[in-house]
Design a binder for this molecule. Structure first.
Ligand code: URA
Length: 221
C-alpha cells in the first residue's frame, strides 16, 4: 500500500471514529503549522488559550488547569480533566488521585517536578463527568501543542478517557494497558487512572508493572 493510500485510510478512519462519537464538525486547527515552524513555548500556548470561552466548560470553572511540570520532561502523564481540587488550585492531579499519582512517580525514582502532567480537558466538567467529544475536540489541540513543545520520550495515558481521546480509539483500557502504543512518534503507555486505583486497590499491581516498563525504557534512552 502506498504512503498516500495509508494516509487517506488513516484520515478516513479517524473522521469516522469522530463521527461515531457524535462530532459533526472538525475543530479549527489552532495547532496547525508548517512542518518547519518552531514549536511555541508553553507560555505562548497558555497565552493563546487566554480566558477561554471556546466550549461550555468555561461556565462552571474557577481556573483553567493548563498543566504543570518541567518543559523539558522526558515523561508526560495525561489524565482526563480537572476535578474539584484541581479546579480550585489551577493545577492538575492535586486531589486524592493526584497524591497517589505523585507516589507512583516517586516510586519510579522520579520527582513530580521533573515530569509534566496535563489533562485532555483544561476545565472541570460538571460533577466530574468525562469531557464530551466536542469539549475534548476543542481542547485537545492545545494538549497536542504542549506535547510538541515538550517532546517527551514517553506519554502515560491515565485511564480510558485520556487513552481514547489521545489515540482516537475506542479500544478498552483493560485490554490495552501495559501495551506500548505510539502518538506522533512518541511511545505511549496506557494504564489505569489513579482514581480507579483508589476504588480498586488490586489494580495497583498491574499499574506498577506498566510503570516499570516506562522506567526501563527511560533508563535505556
Ligand atoms: N483526574 C484527572 O483526570 N485529572 C486531574 O487533574 C485530576 C483528577
Amino acid at each position: 500500500m502506498s504512503d498516500i493510500t495509508k494516509l487517506v485510510q488513516d484520515l478516513k478512519q479517524s473522521l469516522l471514529y469522530q463521527k461515531q462519537l457524535g462530532l459533526e464538525w472538525v475543530p479549527k486547527g489552532e495547532s496547525k503549522k508548517g512542518g518547519s515552524e518552531k514549536p511555541k513555548t508553553l507560555e505562548e500556548i497558555r497565552a493563546e488559550i487566554g480566558d477561554c470561552k471556546r466550549c461550555r466548560l468555561c461556565e462552571g470553572r474557577k481556573n483553567i488547569v493548563f498543566g504543570v511540570g518541567s518543559p523539558k520532561a522526558q515523561l508526560m502523564f495525561i489524565g482526563e480533566g480537572p476535578g474539584r481540587d484541581e479546579d480550585i488550585q489551577g493545577e492538575p492531579f492535586v486531589g486524592r488521585a493526584g497524591q497517589l499519582l505523585t507516589k507512583i512517580i516517586e516510586a519510579m525514582g522520579l520527582k513530580r517536578s521533573t515530569v509534566y502532567i496535563a489533562n485532555i480537558a483544561k476545565c472541570r466538567p460538571p460533577e466530574n463527568r468525562a469531557p464530551l467529544p466536542d469539549e475534548a475536540a476543542t481542547c485537545i489541540p492545545f494538549l497536542h501543542q504542549q506535547i510538541e513543545t515538550i517532546k517527551p520520550k514517553v506519554i502515560v495515558c491515565l485511564g480510558s478517557v485520556a487513552f481514547q481521546y489521545l489515540l482516537e480509539t475506542d479500544q478498552k483500557i483493560s485490554a490495552m494497558r501495559g501495551q506500548w502504543q505510539e502518538f506522533r512518534g512518541i511511545k505511549v503507555m496506557p494504564t489505569y487512572h489513579p482514581a480507579f486505583l483508589l476504588r480498586n486497590p488490586d489494580a495497583k499491581r498491574p499499574v506498577w508493572e506498566d510503570m516499570k516498563k516506562v522506567r526501563d525504557l527511560l533508563q535505556k534512552t
